[in-house]
Ligand binder design. Structure first.
Ligand SMILES: *Cc1c(COP(=O)(O)O)cnc(C)c1O
Length: 398
């Protein structure tokens, strides 16, 4: 079986593709051509590598969670420390790649949309770094809920536009960003934050995030003695997961497990587990698994973790699930919260609530496995951003 996907039209098996308005076809073709030209260009790759080292602080280390592994009495748990990146998560890896491409395409202006604000902050950061004006669309409800990220974006010089239409959340912000792009397509580059959207975004974002897995392949033999038996990562849109999975796909002995937000339980109707519970449909320009009702309406989702609270998933994950190369499981809000607290006091690391979902799956599995088994978990981001949410669940007001 070949995993050299997608095909020339952006298909991962029957998933992916490009479903967009006529007005965007030309812009996507230009992006595809530019990306095809620069992805193997040594000068582009050199600048990308330089930025990752000097601005982001890469490589991020792998870390043996030794105390926790001993306590669980089974497999050895290792973390890939994406939380140590500048801006505190993996998202910046992708934003830098797209910003460098925007500059080579002669685009003057950056736009993005954001839900919880993490992608907005990463985009505003790189826009400041390269001196480009930046507009971030955000649902008005999210602007209210995520005031500190809104202020962070403003400090970084971005304009944050609250979107008042619809449910005033991420999907409305997405529509508004699309509208902006159609109107200003000549001078504007739209930075998408995960492996979703129309072709070539799922492929391009994946390629930029594979730095995570490529580093692990070098680091694990050196630091852990060999490659891992299991690689685990949380799945919102799927960018941190595909970033660590992809370099391991052709290595059949490595099991890949994605962790979706099971919210209040997979049977509760209050979750964001599109691969576990969804059906195939089209959303945001590609065909994939979605949480939608029998009339094709997108259903409201829930997760304690804002970054996992998305009704779709990147098309390559849909394909990895269907081909059987990766498995996808759910972790509930309560399980993720417990892992968050344990990670703080056993390992001295405050993880993002998204990452806590992947960690929770590792600590479920570890006691059943032998002491020479290695589980590598992508610790996709740091968790200071989630302190208010966590405190609230403990009945504490900060
Ligand atoms: C945004 C985010 C995620 C979820 O997005 P993916 O595209 O699925 O990676 C996971 N972890 C952190 C820390 C995030 O900020």
């Amino acid at each position: 079986m070949s995993y050299q996907l997608p095909d020339a039209h952006g298909h991962f098996g029957r998933f992916g593709g490009s479903f967009v308005a006529e007005t965007l076809v030309h812009a996507l073709e230009a992006l595809r051509d530019a990306y095809a030209r620069y992805r193997d260009d040594p000068e582009f790759q050199r600048e990308y590598a330089y930025e990752l080292e000097h601005f982001v602080g890469r490589p991020s280390p792998v870390y043996h969670a030794r105390r926790w592994s001993e306590r669980l009495g089974g497999a050895q748990i290792w973390f890939k420390r994406e939380d140590l990146n500048h801006t505190g998560a993996h998202k910046v890896n992708n934003c830098i790649g797209q910003a460098l491409l925007a500059r080579r395409m002669g685009k003057q202006r950056i736009i993005a949309e954001t839900g919880a604000g993490q992608h907005g902050v990463a985009t505003a950061t790189v826009a400041a770094r390269y001196g480009m004006p930046c507009v971030v669309y955000m649902g008005a409800e999210d602007v209210r809920r995520q005031a500190s990220n809104v202020y962070r974006m403003k400090l970084l010089g971005a304009e944050v536009v609250p979107v008042e239409s619809g449910s005033r959340t991420l999907k409305d912000a997405l529509n508004e960003a699309m509208r902006d792009w159609v109107t200003h397509v000549e001078d504007t580059f739209y930075i998408i934050g995960t492996v979703a959207g129309p072709h070539p975004y799922p492929q391009m974002v994946r390629d930029f995030q594979t730095i995570i897995g490529r580093e692990c392949r070098e680091q694990m033999p050196r630091d852990a003695g060999r490659q891992p038996d299991y690689v685990l990562a949380s799945v919102g849109g799927g960018s941190n997961a595909i970033g660590i999975f992809h370099p391991y796909i052709e290595e059949a002995s490595v099991q890949l497990i994605g962790i979706e937000a099971a919210g209040e339980g997979l049977g509760s109707g209050r979750h964001a587990a599109s691969l576990n519970c969804g059906v195939v449909g089209v959303l945001h320009g590609n065909r994939t698994y979605l949480l939608q009702d029998e009339h094709g309406q997108i259903m409201p989702t829930h997760s304690i973790s804002a970054g996992l609270d998305y009704p779709g998933v990147g098309p390559e994950h849909a394909w990895l699930k269907e081909s059987g190369r990766a498995r996808y499981v759910g972790i509930t809000d309560a399980e993720a919260l417990a892992a968050y607290h344990d990670c703080c006091h056993i390992e001295g690391i405050i993880p993002a609530l998204e990452s806590a979902h992947a960690i929770a799956q590792a600590i479920k599995m570890a006691p059943e496995l032998s002491a020479d088994t290695i589980i590598l978990v992508n610790l996709s981001g740091r968790g200071d951003k989630d302190m208010h949410t966590v405190a609230e669940h403990s009945g504490i007001t900060l």
